[in-house]
Ligand binder design. Structure first.
Ligand code: ZN
Ligand code: ZN
Length: 341
């Protein structure tokens, strides 16, 4: 089978490897029909995470079950499924909360070395009853792919931001996660959402969706627009030192900063005294994917939550290198890339 691998910064290629074996009696093999390129994949591409060996990339997959172990009960061979980007063991008390981040064995993410990459012809999925869901009626491929990671992440970011009804929210970073967070913030009762990104085209896209565009560093503008008070809630979908600092400066006293961006490996110098004196709540999580599905699927099916227009580009798997270059350009026109094996 073909799988997208990275050998070092900027070095993406499509490699032929042996087909994966069934990962135990509770696992399935999925023939991938669509895979996303995620902002977090770019941390490998841009050399922020050093690689000891090549890594098979990708953690957002939709496809057809082609082999299922005897213990799998929720899906059958031939089913079209989506695969959670974040995997738990599926059997512990942590996984019983449906949030794979709570797994007592530690979460595992596809395409980061621990599990196979989703940007491939085939993907081996352990504990499939926990990781995989048959795509419900009324959910299209792009929505299903966003449910495997970016929408679950943006939704969780809004849920954890303590957004008051009628409140003011700032979203930092207007890639796919930030745009999902923006829409989720409005669904959680925000009256005003400041949309922060250094790329003008991305701010414009957010403005088209009802947000107020602001260029970084945004704290000063957000303070000015809120009578010096600051935003009730800030969602940071970037998580660089600069964005975290800007987020902590833009939130009002007693407000919440909800972080879902993926930081690099270096420690962040938290201004702890300022956070203490202003009673700031700081929350951070990676995507609690499976927990969000019962909430998000009916909202998408009913049309109340709209995530159309987040995928901007579709390429065949063999053009993965072009897809990464496009995603890495972070232009206003190219937000999210879909690869089709
Ligand atoms: Zn991701
Ligand atoms: Zn577990």
């Amino acid at each position: 089978m073909r799988t997208v691998v990275i050998d070092g910064p900027g070095n993406i290629r499509v490699e032929t490897r042996p087909d994966p074996a069934l990962p135990g009696p509770d696992g399935v093999i999925v023939a991938v029909t669509a895979a996303g390129i995620c902002g977090s994949d770019l941390h490998f591409y841009e050399g922020e995470y050093p690689l000891a060996e090549s890594v098979a990339l990708g953690h957002e997959a939709v496809g057809t079950v082609v082999e299922a172990g005897p213990q799998v009960s929720t899906v059958n061979v031939g089913d079209l499924v989506m695969v959670s980007s974040v995997a738990g063991c599926g059997a512990c008390a942590g996984c019983a909360t449906q949030d794979p981040v709570m797994c007592f064995s530690g979460l595992r993410i596809f395409g980061s070395g621990a599990l196979g990459g989703a940007q491939a012809d085939l993907l081996a999925v352990p504990a499939a009853d926990f990781q995989v869901l048959k795509i419900p009626v009324g959910i299209n491929t792009e929505q299903a792919l966003l449910l495997t990671d970016n929408l679950a992440t943006g939704w969780a970011a809004a849920q954890r931001a303590d957004i008051p009804f009628g409140g003011t929210v700032a979203v930092f970073g207007l890639g796919a996660v930030g745009l999902c967070a923006l829409r989720s913030a409005f669904m959680h009762g925000a009256a005003t959402v400041f949309a922060v990104d250094k790329v003008d085209g991305r701010r414009q896209r957010a403005a088209d969706w009802g947000a107020t565009p602001v260029a970084p560093a945004a704290a000063e503008a957000i303070l000015a627009a809120t009578g010096g008070r600051g935003a009730d809630s800030v969602i940071d979908a970037v998580a660089t030192d600069a964005s975290l600092t800007d987020a902590l400066n833009a939130v009002r006293p007693g407000g919440t900063v909800s972080v879902v961006g993926v930081h690099d490996l270096k420690p962040f110098p938290l201004p702890a005294l300022s956070c203490l004196m202003r009673s700031i709540t700081l929350r951070m999580t990676t995507a609690p994917v499976q927990r969000t599905w019962p909430e998000l699927i009916p909202l998408l099916q009913s049309g109340r939550l709209d995530v159309d227009g987040i995928f901007t580009t579709t390429l065949p798997l063999d053009e993965a290198a072009k897809g990464y270059a496009t995603a890495g350009s972070r232009s206003g026109d190219d937000v999210k890339i879909l690869l089709t094996p």
